[in-house]
Design a protein around this ligand. Structure first.
Ligand SMILES: *[C@@H]1O[C@H](CO)[C@@H](O)[C@H](O)[C@H]1NC(C)=O
Ligand SMILES: *[C@@H]1O[C@H](CO)[C@@H](O)[C@H](O)[C@H]1NC(C)=O
Ligand SMILES: *[C@@H]1O[C@H](CO)[C@@H](O)[C@H](O)[C@H]1NC(C)=O
Ligand SMILES: *[C@@H]1O[C@H](CO)[C@@H](O)[C@H](O)[C@H]1NC(C)=O
Ligand SMILES: *[C@@H]1O[C@H](CO)[C@@H](O)[C@H](O)[C@H]1NC(C)=O
Ligand SMILES: *[C@@H]1O[C@H](CO)[C@@H](O)[C@H](O)[C@H]1NC(C)=O
Ligand SMILES: CC(=O)N[C@H]1CO[C@H](CO)[C@@H](O)[C@@H]1O
Ligand SMILES: [Cu+2]
Length: 569
């Protein structure tokens, strides 16, 4: 009896496996990275794109599917592609950040990224992870529920990806090279974009504004992605409230709001309902800016939500869409109230009995001008150069091997494993910090984690140069955000307020300006995983580190061998 039960159980299991294998698709795509003329704001410039498209192609898959994306580099730049938010279980080789998990695909080269979507649903995206190519090399990656399962909310009548972006009239690679040379902040962008278009509020841009359709009584699931380079953004649709249902491809307990804020890297799924009088309404994004005395692009991008039944405008009478009233650029209370509304739909498995209790400062810094530099190379305040760090280490990418290859092949001298678990010096992080503490140390340091460790990280912003809300992203993992606050984290009282029941799960957390966030995850994914600020200007300055997660026991806990076509260094 026991035996036959066991066998029937096994049969059911085999049947289920066969069924799920039959249902899972493998999606093959070719991504040709190439220079393409793109005209925006009345100027045409040669732009690096995928397949000539800006933004790039939308990938649509089901949970459980596999992707094979063959990237062919026909540009003159080194390139890699990152699949932002995909956990890449045991396939770190396909993650993409250059010199972390692979060397770049050289001009003329190619590499096929192969990976499987495991237990993830919702809105993610892909982007270049090499220099500033992601300014134009990006697109949506939409994961539908597996065949036979459905959303935990009523399916919307329509779904529309909304990619917020940032456009420079100059070549973004020239912009970052100029900044790296001079040590000053890079030039700010000329426009923000929605699905690649700046919209009506910019001069010379109102002929190709993005139009999103809706009908009276219909719902539309907007999959909003902040793919801007350097700016956190508010997003609103005039007269239409949002029901927020997911962030970073993790479902939420739905709630209603009129405004959302996304840092670069973050996604938010919201449902709108066609419950207003038929007409045209602007959807708009504008900056959330927290750094003091920093230049930023203070413009607003728009698209148009258009009721299909809207009456045609009377001949000769211009009809302007209704404009939402966006928050002020420095409206931190609105951001705090938004992030505090995010909750998982039910109780979630937050790790307790923490093995690794880490405390990382995140912030800016200034290097004194090195003796062999000219004044033109020291254009920061008082003849300094801008930098940034975590725990006083300003991250330097290797240039001869990727960290993952160096680790796997036992190559010495590429990185060290002594990234500090706590700040090397304790100070009043958000107070008036002595200038003797402003210069970090450039280095390539990782922090080693044993397979399965339960990790807590306190991310503490510093006021060095200026406090700022930093969108911190971890590759290879989603994490729970169990707390946030302003000022210095207090280990004796702040843990009392941790949410260990239903905190949101994300891959990118906005650390409050002059404040802190606490995240937890279990290190079940072997590989080398970059953690960095997703403002590209800050990663350029070194606001990054990497975790080296060791293999566990057996095949399912072990990194796969490197693919044969992994680009050589
Ligand atoms: C950046 O701005 C400065 C000052 O306006 C200008 O001289 C420079 O050409 C700009 N750089 C690029 C790459 O456009
Ligand atoms: C940004 O633009 C808005 C609207 O034009 C204006 O009210 C505000 O003062 C500007 N802020 C800064 C810091 O330039
Ligand atoms: C600039 O240098 C002066 C003189 O050394 C110093 O007093 C001042 O604090 C410096 N300012 C900054 C922002 O570094
Ligand atoms: C910060 O500290 C410096 C050095 O102690 C002092 O000169 C400066 O006035 C202080 N600034 C503020 C805003 O308190
Ligand atoms: C960072 O390290 C440098 C070099 O040791 C030191 O001068 C500086 O004070 C340190 N700053 C912090 C915040 O630890
Ligand atoms: C391109 O990548 C190679 C290593 O694969 C590196 O040596 C070279 O410096 C890179 N070129 C640029 C412009 O970064
Ligand atoms: C094989 C291939 O497509 N090579 C291209 C690589 O990029 C350079 C620079 O743009 C082109 O000249 C090559 O044709
Ligand atoms: Cu940052």
């Amino acid at each position: 009896m026991a035996t036959s039960l066991k066998y029937s159980g096994l049969l059911v299991l085999i049947l289920a496996l066969t069924l799920s294998l039959a249902d899972a698709d493998v999606h093959y795509h070719d991504f040709v990275v190439q220079a393409t003329p793109v005209k925006r704001l009345c100027k045409t410039r040669s732009t690096i794109t995928v397949n000539g498209q800006y933004p790039g192609p939308t990938l649509e898959v089901n949970n459980g599917d596999a992707l094979v994306v063959n990237v062919v580099n026909r540009s003159r730049y080194n390139v890699t592609i990152h699949w932002h938010g995909i956990r890449q279980l045991r396939t770190a080789w396909a993650d993409g950040p250059e010199f972390i998990t692979q060397c770049p695909i050289r001009p003329g080269g190619s590499y096929a990224y192969r990976f499987t979507i495991e237990d993830q649903e919702g809105t993610l995206w892909w982007h270049a992870h090499s220099s500033w190519l992601r300014a134009t090399v990006y697109g949506a990656l939409i994961i539908y529920p597996a065949p036979g399962s459905s959303y935990p909310f009523p399916t919307a009548d329509r779904e529309t990806p909304i990619l917020l972006g940032e456009w420079w009239n100059a070549d973004p690679i020239t912009v970052v090279r100029q900044a790296t040379f001079s040590g000053s902040p890079p030039n700010v962008s000329d426009a923000y974009t929605i699905n690649g278009q700046p919209g009506d509020l910019y001069s010379c841009s109102n002929t190709e504004t993005t139009v999103v359709p809706i009908n009276t009584g219909e719902t539309n699931l907007l999959r909003v992605i902040n793919s801007a380079m350097n700016q956190e953004l508010f997003f609103m649709v005039a007269n239409h409230d949002f029901t927020v249902v997911a962030v970073d491809a993790s479902y939420l307990r739905p709630f209603t709001t009129s405004v959302i804020m996304l840092g670069p890297g973050q996604t938010t799924d919201v449902i709108i309902t066609g419950d207003q009088s038929p007409g045209r309404y602007y959807m708009a994004a504008s900056p959330y800016q927290t750094a003091q005395n920093a230049a930023f692009d203070n413009t607003t991008t728009t698209a148009i939500l258009e009721y299909k039944s809207a009456p045609c405008p009377a001949r000769g009478v211009p009809s302007y869409p209704v404009m939402p009233s966006l928050p002020a650029f420095n409206d931190t209370p609105t951001v705090t109230s938004f992030t505090q509304s995010l909750k998982s739909p039910q109780q979630v498995p937050v790790p307790t009995d923490i093995d690794e209790n880490l405390f990382f400062t995140v912030g800016l810094g200034l290097f004194n001008c090195p003796p062999n530099f000219t004044p033109a190379q020291c254009q920061g305040p008082n003849g300094t150069r801008f930098t940034a760090s975590m725990n006083n280490v300003s991250f330097v990418l290797p240039s001869t091997y990727s960290i993952l290859q160096a680790y796997q092949q036992g190559i010495q001298g590429v990185f060290t494993t002594d990234f500090p678990p706590v700040p090397p010096v304790q100070f009043d992080y958000t107070g008036n910090v002595s200038q003797s503490l402003w210069q970090p140390v450039p280095d390539t340091k990782v922090y080693k984690l044993k397979f399965g460790s339960k990790v807590q990280i306190v991310l503490q912003d510093t006021s060095i140069v200026s406090g700022e809300n930093h969108p911190i992203h971890i590759h290879g993992y989603d994490f729970f955000i169990i707390g946030e606050g302003f000022g210095n984290f207090d280990p004796s009282t702040d843990p009392d307020n941790f949410n260990l029941v239903d905190p949101p799960r994300r891959n990118t957390v906005g650390v409050p300006v002059n404040g802190w966030s606490v995240i937890r995850f279990v290190a079940y994914n072997p590989g080398v995983w970059l953690m960095h600020c997703h403002l590209d200007v800050h990663i350029t300055w070194g606001l990054a580190m990497a975790f080296l997660v060791e293999n566990g026991v057996g095949e399912l806990e072990t990194l796969e061998p490197p693919p044969a076509d992994l680009p050589p260094c």
